[in-house]
Design a protein around this ligand. Sequence first.
Ligand code: AMP
Length: 182
Amino acid sequence: MLLGAPGSGKGTQGPRLAQRVGVPYLSTGDLLRREAAAGTDLGARVAPYLAEGELVPDDLTLEVVDRALAGAGAEGGFVLDGFPRTVAQADRLGDVDVVLHLALPDDVARLRLAARDEGRADDADPEVIEHRLRVYHDQTAPLLDHYAKRGTLVSVDADRPPAEVMAELDAALDAAAPRAPG
Ligand code: AMP
């Protein structure tokens, strides 16, 4: 799983890592945005939290995540981006093979999010960006300790060009979970 502040590069590195390992890439942010855009009942309940940069309540998040994990589990694993985001969610998920932490200073994250052009409403408002960073530090960053204690955490300096970060993630992944030859 990938752990890091908004703007740290999870959505850039995740799909590539998944391709390399040969498992699905699951981004809870993407799944929740898709649900909201589809205008389902669940999507309508999720949308206000996305707009505010607030964590979506667990009962709603888990509806989306459980469905995706069940499918991905059948394919032999997954790369997770954006889940878990709280210790409670981590307890629910259970063990993971390796947690890759994309470490990035807040001031760099702010600049990246403000410059990002993915059509995301939650990138357009500086107050929402601030709130997402606060939510990350308050609710998600405690997971760093949680996984460090379990020995599954690898931290990578994400304040570098994507190709350099990718190379380091590759090396960390090989060290933590070596692939079979061939
Ligand atoms: P992301 O694309 O990972 O930046 O997530 C965008 C938004 O989706 C977040 O600001 C939250 O509103 C929501 N979200 C994503 N993952 C979770 C999660 N695991 N738990 C609760 N809310 C989430």
